[in-house]
Structure formats: structure tokens, C-alpha cells
Design a binder for this molecule. Structure first.
Ligand SMILES: Cc1cc2nc3c(=O)[nH]c(=O)nc-3n(C[C@H](O)[C@H](O)[C@H](O)COP(=O)(O)OP(=O)(O)OC[C@H]3O[C@@H](n4cnc5c(N)ncnc54)[C@H](O)[C@@H]3O)c2cc1C
Length: 262
């Protein structure tokens, strides 16, 4: 089983503040961490390799410093690590990020299983996993909460849906986006830490993955984040009294008053 885990370095949002003048996230001095959903992705991959065997590769697109999250993944037992880093990738929105990751996957693959986090805790769009799947024309299963079975020709997983859970299966290759697992990412063992010293993080630029620079970074991004701000909380609360029918009638009146419903 050839498994790929896409991992993003993100600012520790518990400590992020907004720049009220520039309307951007203040990243300076904020510690960077591995996106927590991607830690669940790596734990999921390690468990699959324990039960079905195989090889785990980890891939990240980011600044040179983000190599540290890949080194952590190697110290936990990942077999190969790739860092997509190039000025041409700067300012990428989710489309450009998905394209660049897809070109790298074509270069370092093929893979049977491609694991993404449900979302990144900074951009929060949840678009990259499905974006890569659509560019590579692979099936995608989102909001995966657990793996039920790994068979020679298919994988059976459980996923979250509005009405609860559902069991889904797919052939290979397939993209999974995983929710945050209850089970935390394991601690690295001394043996895997020592082994990781022999492993290097392979750096890839736009030329290495034969990416069109016009589809990468800011140039390849139809989306511009114009303003990031914390919405002002309005403390106005109104209680609607009466029985259910009276409350419903009053609520319709409020919505009509706000033009929410005709
Ligand atoms: C506050 C903020 C708002 C933004 N809003 C938008 C927006 O509305 N539209 C838009 O197009 N862009 C937006 N961006 C830019 C966006 O963050 C980047 O495009 C980013 O690379 C991917 O989007 P995401 O962070 O939403 O990732 P998500 O789609 O939420 O990430 C899902 C998964 O994809 C994988 N992944 C994501 N990025 C990488 C990476 N660089 N390397 C490896 N794996 C990765 C990880 O497995 C991750 O768990 C925003 C950025 C910020 C900081």
C-alpha cells in the first residue's frame, strides 16, 4: 500500500492576533505547528501501514522553515518526505495549492491512498483535498472518522454526515479527508527518531514538478483574501414567549421584518 499524507504548517491559532490596520493575521512571533487534522491523517496512515503494510510518504507546500513538520513526521516513522518550496508558490489560494500539490503527486507517485486533513486551521476552507482529487480525477471520501477494512482492491471507511455516520468503500487510488481523531498522534519512539536521521527531506521547486508557473502561487490564484477580521459580536438577545405555534408565528414575523423570508 503506497500512502501519501499531505501536511500543512500553520500558525498556532490559539496565539494568533489580527492586525487591525492591515486586516491580516499577525504571524510574526507566533509559533508554527503541524495542522492538527494532518496529525490525525498521519496517525491514520501509520495504523494502516501497521495492519496492511506499505510505505508512507509525506508532502508539504510551504516556506523552507516548514521542513520541520516533515522531519517530525519522519521521526514518527514516515518513509519519505517532500517539501514543495519555491517563490513561485507564494500567495497561493486553494486552487493554486491544489494544482501544485497535484503536479508533485504525479512526480513522486503513484499512490493508492492520499490522506488530507478535513481542513487547515488557518485558511479553514477544506477545499484542498477535494481540489486535488478533482484535478487528478480520483474519487474522494471526506469527513472520514475511521477505517473499517483495507482489502486488496478496496478500502472501507466510516464518515461523518449530517444525519450521523455512513460506511463507504472505494477502489484505489482514492483521496480521504480525515476529521480530528479522538486518538492523539503517537509519540515518536527512540528507534524511529534514530532511523529518521538517515532520511532526508527532498525539496521540490516548480521546475522539478514541471508545473506551469502561471497556475502556481499568486499568479494562479483567482481568489484574493481581501480582509480577515473578527466579526463584532452584537449582544442583542430577544426572547420569544408563548407556545410553540405563537413562537413560530413571532419568528416568521421577525424574519419577514429582516427581509430574510418574503
Ligand atoms: C485567514 C485565511 C483565509 C483564507 N481564505 C481563503 C479563501 O477563502 N480561498 C482561498 O482560495 N484561499 C484562502 N486562503 C489561502 C489558503 O489558506 C491557502 O490557499 C492554502 O494553501 C490552502 O487552503 P486552506 O488553508 O484552506 O487548506 P484546507 O483546504 O482547509 O486544507 C485541507 C487539507 O489540505 C492539505 N493542505 C492544505 N494546504 C497544504 C499545503 N500548503 N501543503 C500540504 N498540504 C496542504 C492538508 O492536508 C489540509 O489538512 C486563506 C488563508 C488564510 C490564512
Amino acid at each position: 500500500m503506497k500512502i501519501l499524507v499531505c501536511m500543512k504548517q500553520v500558525p498556532d491559532t490559539q496565539k494568533v492576533k489580527m492586525d487591525p490596520v492591515k486586516n491580516t493575521l499577525i504571524r510574526k512571533g507566533v509559533p508554527s505547528i503541524t495542522n492538527p487534522f494532518d496529525e490525525s491523517g498521519l496517525e491514520c496512515a501509520l495504523e494502516i501501514r501497521e495492519s496492511a503494510g506499505g510505505e508512507i510518504s509525506v508532502l508539504s507546500m510551504g516556506i523552507p522553515d516548514s521542513e520541520c513538520i516533515l522531519r517530525d513526521a519522519l521521526s514518527l516513522g514516515a518513509d519519505r518526505a517532500f517539501l514543495l518550496t519555491d517563490r513561485a508558490f507564494a500567495g497561493a489560494d486553494t486552487l493554486a495549492t491544489s494544482y501544485t500539490l497535484s503536479m508533485a503527486i504525479k512526480k513522486i507517485g503513484p499512490f493508492d491512498l492520499l490522506v488530507f486533513g478535513k481542513q487547515a486551521i488557518d485558511g479553514d476552507t477544506g477545499q484542498v483535498g477535494p481540489g486535488v482529487a478533482s484535478i487528478l480525477e480520483y474519487p474522494v471520501i471526506t469527513f472520514v472518522t475511521g477505517v473499517h477494512a483495507i482489502q486488496r482492491d478496496r478500502i472501507v471507511v466510516e464518515r461523518m454526515v449530517d444525519s450521523g455516520r455512513e460506511i463507504v468503500s472505494s477502489g484505489y487510488p482514492v483521496v480521504l479527508t480525515v476529521v480530528k481523531a479522538k486518538k492523539r498522534l503517537r509519540m515518536p519512539r527512540l528507534t524511529t527518531i534514530i532511523d529518521s536521521f538517515e532520511k532526508r527531506v527532498v525539496r521540490l521547486g516548480a521546475d522539478d514538478i514541471e508545473a506551469e508557473s502561471a497556475r502556481c502561487g499568486l499568479k494562479g490564484s483567482p481568489t484574493r483574501v481581501k480582509k480577515v477580521f473578527s466579526p463584532k459580536k452584537h449582544a442583542r438577545v430577544r426572547y420569544i414567549e408563548g407556545n410553540a405555534a405563537e413562537q413560530a408565528k413571532a419568528l416568521v414575523g421577525v424574519f419577514r421584518g429582516k427581509g430574510i423570508i418574503p
